[in-house]
Design a protein around this ligand. Structure first.
Ligand code: ADP
Ligand code: MG
Length: 288
């Protein structure tokens, strides 16, 4: 049976927009030792702005953005939404066929019968293309059409307003290690981690790489400590179910993430994490 105060704890959490799916998660949360966070959509807004459009010779800016926006027509990734918004015009879905996501790298689709690839440097290299020159600091979407490199679009995300404070509060409620995982480039990842005073950062990870990293971190925790993973579920749903406590951002998150998670933060605010841990500790104290 579940002690009454756990209902109090779950109720208290829900009034703060924190949905806890069972009293056992509240109990585990009180023992949080390592908190692992995804970057995009979790610590950053996932609301990318296009800062630069840099086509190769023979392609113009408008065309590059159009190829990218159309290729991203069916994707719900925050990068896709941003590119479509930057393009600004209504898309004709009939021009797009066979969209395929390459999780953690980008995607391909047929646009007007041409095979368009939009993704990161790793994806281009896997296709045998090596974009010349260095990439500016930022998240870069490279675009290739029918195997020819056409240029890059630089986008940048914003850190959530409460993220820095949220990471500090985690330490205050007893979390020993904060770790950020991302599929994004190391330069972007390190910049965000530094601004947020996150202890450790691992970048360039594919979805499977995130799972492996979480398993490795899990083996490093103490016997009674718990590992929590916080993500938006886009490319990280497998990790949500691997962690002792899987926490999803409910606003941005996919339905799959909300289902896979043990705890859902309805308003996407990372500062809710420390609040949840505080509530859990208080609840456990009352019960014991
Ligand atoms: P994160 O780990 O920060 O949540 P993802 O795993 O979703 O990021 O994506 C990792 C990287 O893969 C992105 O930074 C981007 O370079 C590339 N990428 C992923 N999805 C897309 C997409 N739809 N269009 C272009 N690039 C993408
Ligand atoms: Mg993500």
């Amino acid at each position: 049976s579940v002690p009454m105060s756990f209902f109090g704890g779950i109720g208290g959490a829900s009034r703060q927009g924190i949905l806890v799916k069972g009293s056992n998660y509240l109990e585990m949360l009180a023992q949080s030792e390592i908190v692992v966070l995804d970057k995009t959509g979790t610590l950053t807004k996932g609301n990318f702005q296009v800062t630069e459009v840099r086509p190769e010779d023979g392609t113009d800016k408008e065309a590059l953005l159009e190829w990218a926006a159309y290729a991203e027509c069916y994707s719900s990734h925050p990068i896709a939404l941003s590119l479509r918004r930057a393009y600004g015009r209504e898309l004709e879905p009939g021009r797009v066929d066979a969209p395929e996501e390459a999780a953690g790298r980008g995607l391909t689709a047929k646009v007007d019968g041409h095979l368009v690839a939009a993704g990161n440097r790793k994806m281009m290299e896997e296709m045998g293309l090596s974009p010349k020159g260095t990439d500016p600091v930022g998240t870069v979407v490279h675009v290739a059409v029918d195997g020819t490199y056409r240029g890059r679009i630089v986008i940048s995300d914003e850190i959530k307003e409460d993220a820095r404070q949220a990471m500090e509060e985690l330490k205050r409620v007893g979390v020993q290690r904060t770790v950020m995982l991302t599929g994004d480039a190391p330069a972007v990842a390190e910049d965000v981690a530094k601004k947020l005073a996150i202890d450790e950062v691992y970048a360039g990870l594919l979805p499977l790489g995130k799972v492996e990293k979480v398993e490795e971190l899990w083996r490093q925790k103490s016997k009674n400590g718990r590992l929590a993973f916080v993500g938006d579920g886009i490319n990280d749903a497998p990790v949500l179910s691997r962690a002792d406590i899987g926490i999803a951002m409910g606003g941005l998150g996919s339905d799959a993430a909300i289902e896979a998670a043990d705890i859902v933060i309805m308003d996407d605010k990372p500062s809710r994490l420390a609040t949840a841990i505080k509530i859990s500790k208080k609840t456990v104290r009352i019960v014991r």
